[in-house]
Design a protein around this ligand. Structure first.
Ligand SMILES: *[C@@H]1O[C@H](CO)[C@@H](O)[C@H](O)[C@H]1NC(C)=O
Ligand SMILES: *[C@@H]1O[C@H](CO)[C@@H](O)[C@H](O)[C@H]1NC(C)=O
Length: 242
């Protein structure tokens, strides 16, 4: 039996060349940033005992993840289960990761988000030579979070964090599109307490050469040609955790 499995593996290696990746093809990389204040508000709303790790003067969006994605599907995920997360690989960039790719949930460990993102998505991104180590994967996030600075991008269109002011989906979309020339995908979270849709995530998409492309083919709501799940208007961009 073992021998037959071995034969099947050899055959599959011969036929596909990279059989150990299994069925893990992908088309684009989604670079997802979150607005940490919205993430925190939502976290607290779901669990009254919860807490958040936020810098008191947080003025930047932070990375959620870099997600290789097959258009029209979610994933692939967990492409190499034998490639565990090693904190030692990223020790020297940790101060930056804490600030720009930090775990926001107070109950989870400092490394929980990194470990999760690496195992679920990083091991799939590692197909690309430019992302084939933990160090490269997390450094790419730090590079992109600096390059795609939504506080600045939205600010140029007079879209500022504010607990009262609301914005339209089109205005947020246009601010990102005007700056980078591609369709982003924009996510909101509905807050039952305030009955408001809060801006939560902005996604940009890259092809396998890491050039920006439209996010049009990704899953996540596609109404009215404005990608994402936000309503047309009444979107808040919260300035504080109320
Ligand atoms: C914001 O907080 C960080 C971390 O506590 C600190 O290093 C930085 O100097 C602060 N910036 C301002 C403008 O207060
Ligand atoms: C999966 O991860 C292990 C451990 O890092 C590595 O040795 C192996 O080459 C990886 N597999 C592929 C297909 O890259």
């Amino acid at each position: 039996m073992k021998f037959l499995l071995y034969l099947a593996l050899v055959r599959s290696l011969l036929v596909h060349g990279r059989a150990s990746w299994g069925n893990v093809d992908w088309d684009v990389i989604i670079f997802t940033q979150q607005w940490p204040i919205t993430s925190c508000i939502n976290h607290l709303a779901h669990n009254p005992k919860a807490s958040c790790n936020l810098f008191p003067n947080m003025t930047s969006w932070t990375v959620h993840g870099i997600w290789p994605t097959k258009l029209g599907t979610i994933g692939p995920n967990y492409c190499n289960k034998s490639w565990d997360f090693q904190e030692s690989e990223i020790l020297n960039i940790e101060p930056y990761l804490i600030k720009y790719w930090g775990n926001i949930f107070g109950e989870d460990s400092r490394t929980s988000l990194w470990s999760h993102e690496w195992k679920k998505h990083g091991t799939c991104a590692a197909q690309l030579p430019s992302l084939n180590s933990e160090k490269k994967y997390f450094e790419k996030g730090l590079e992109w979070v600096t390059q795609y600075d939504y506080v600045a991008v939205l600010g140029q269109h007079k879209i500022y964090p504010d607990d009262v002011q609301t914005y339209t989906r089109e205005a947020i979309f246009a601010a990102v599109k005007d700056m980078f020339g591609v369709d982003p995908s924009i996510d909101c979270i509905y807050n039952k307490k305030t009955k408001q849709h809060e801006l939560s995530q902005i996604k940009l998409c890259f092809d396998r050469s890491l050039h920006l492309v439209d996010c049009d083919g990704i899953i996540g709501g596609n109404e009215a040609k404005v990608l994402g799940n936000c309503p047309h208007k009444g979107i808040t961009y919260p300035a504080s955790v109320r």
